[in-house]
Write a protein that binds this ligand. Structure first.
Ligand code: HMG
Ligand code: MG
Length: 313
């Protein structure tokens, strides 16, 4: 570590020079908190994350409020962010009702969220995998007509708490289907954190073979088994340049019991900056934001980097 609390910069061969971090703390993180965070605190959190240089800060979800009560204030929250470019503020939208709500408030970037497995599709969307894809079809078509960018999340890409290991071909099929419906970008979710680096590289290679270019793939790792950074490094070696992370390591997913611990943005930034990979993120400002959020939530962050940096004096 340098005196300023930054990692020593020592590049490794064959990695991208710049990565776009897709920050999910305000959505994926807060949706999983027991306590419902007040709308004004969420708005401040998102502003602070944007000010820390995170280019994309997922803001909220336009889902059924009974399914995710923590984000039931989407209509109140989104207008509080109107000083930020809506291109920086993607929102989750499961169906046309959600799209109507998001478009009415001026959202310019949305994400649908499918599953590689039937069990999670049922638990998360009350649909089979194919019924969920059919639900997304008009959402994506209408978003494209409105020139709104669409991300396609896919959960349980590696393993599923009910079904066990997920065959690579099964994940590839649903990824392909999401792209064929018109998604601009995919985010491969290791929702229960069971992936290991070889599995990541095998899936990425299989996606390329199925005609999915690396430039359209993002990765979304969970640190449940301590593998998130190793998996991220494997993805970087494959040329991935979009990486999801959650400030302070907030959150998991309310419909997947064992899904704890999104990759912490601080841990990711520490590794990327150490590798000399640009992110545009100011680690000090990010750390201060996550410390502030942990205080607002009344519990410590699981991020190792955050703990190390906030105790350095
Ligand atoms: P459903 O019960 O099948 O809904 O839920 P429905 O289509 O039968 O409609 C029932 C009622 O809900 C209707 O009202 C609709 O209008 C209303 P009624 O006519 O009975 O008065 N409704 C809505 N209201 C507000 N906003 C909406 C909406 N849609 C319908 N958008 C539904 C289906 C998709 C709505 C429900 O399952 C749902 O909201 N699920 C969301 C679950 C969720 O947000 N999960 C977390 C995100 S995924 C995730 O976190 C994983 C990820 O982070 C990656 C990873 O880590 O793996 C992305
Ligand atoms: Mg997640």
């Amino acid at each position: 570590m340098t005196a300023a609390g930054l990692p020593m910069e020592v590049p490794a061969e064959g990695l991208p020079t710049r990565v776009r971090i897709h920050e999910v703390g305000a959505r994926d993180g807060l949706q999983n908190e027991q306590t419902v965070v007040p709308t004004e605190i969420k708005a401040e959190f998102i502003h602070r994350l944007a000010a820390a240089g995170l280019p994309t800060v997922e803001a909220t979800s336009f889902v059924h409020p009974k399914w995710v009560p923590q984000l039931a204030d989407a209509e109140q929250l989104f207008p509080l962010l109107d000083d930020l470019d809506p291109q920086r503020l993607p929102v989750l939208v499961p169906n046309e009702r959600g799209l109507d709500r998001a478009l009415a408030l001026g959202a310019r970037r949305i994400a649908v969220f499918g599953s590689a497995t039937e069990s999670f599709a049922k638990a998360n969307l009350n649909r089979t995998v194919d019924e969920a894809l059919a639900m997304f079809a008009p959402v994506i078509a209408r978003a494209k007509d409105a020139r709104v960018e669409v991300r396609g999340y896919l959960s349980m890409c590696f393993g599923d708490p009910w079904e066990g290991p997920v065959p690579v071909a099964q994940t590839v099929r649903v990824c392909r289907a999401l792209l064929d419906l018109g998604c601009d970008e995919l985010s491969l979710g290791d929702t229960i954190g069971v992936a290991t680096p070889g599995h990541v590289q095998t899936l990425l290679a299989a996606l390329n073979e199925a005609g999915v270019p690396t430039s359209r793939i993002g990765v979304h790792f969970h640190d449940t088994y301590g593998q998130a950074l190793a998996n991220t490094f494997a993805a970087l070696q494959h040329g991935i340049t979009t990486i999801d992370a959650s400030a302070g390591g907030l959150g998991g997913c309310p419909y997947a019991k064992s899904a704890t611990g999104n990759l912490a943005t601080e841990d990711l930034v520490w590794m990327l900056h150490g590798l000399g990979i640009e992110t545009g993120v100011d680690l000090d400002r990010l750390t201060a934001t996550s410390v502030w959020m942990a205080e607002a939530l009344g519990r410590p962050s699981p991020s190792r980097t955050l703990r190390a940096l906030s105790h350095k004096e």
